[in-house]
Ligand binder design. Sequence first.
Ligand SMILES: [Zn+2]
Length: 196
Amino acid sequence: MHCPYCRHPDSRVVDSRVADDGSSIRRRRQCSSCTRRFSTLETTSVNVIKRSGATEPFQRAKIVSGVRKACQGRPVSEDDLALLAQEVEESIRARGLAEIDANDVGLAILEPLQRLDEVAYLRFASVYQAFDGLEDFETAIRTLRGINAAPDAAGASKDSAEGQDESGEEDAPKKKSRRRSRPAPEPEDPDQPTLI
Ligand SMILES: [Zn+2]
């Protein structure tokens, strides 16, 4: 790695520190030409497995651009987006996996986005979970209302939603088949408000 000041290709390590959670190593380096010091951060790279089966390195910028589209016209600042993306990256890195499904990246976004802005959350969820009609919005809004009415119920309502998917109760089968028949758009299309 070259020196970020003079681009000299050689530097020596003057200090190494492992992060408290063991997920990264920070190294203090000194350029052997200009003698200025800089830091490098070494972490495992996380690959995202896309729906197509292709993998690409996890990029925080993709989280930001995807969520930004969902936040158009909403009172959400660039700082909010940066913080959300950081939170998503941390939650993904905390799993300690070398690879993660694009689906799981999306799920990791939904929760902090819901806390940030509920309208943006509904937009994002509608694309990401391929909402097919008013019914899907109504279900999502009901869930949001439930979460807001009783903060303690957040986990419980999530569990029951998952349980429905698994047991195939009520409206779950319809939803599942919709999702299968109409998968979310691929991220390569820049016009689609999706990111993964
Ligand atoms: Zn240098």
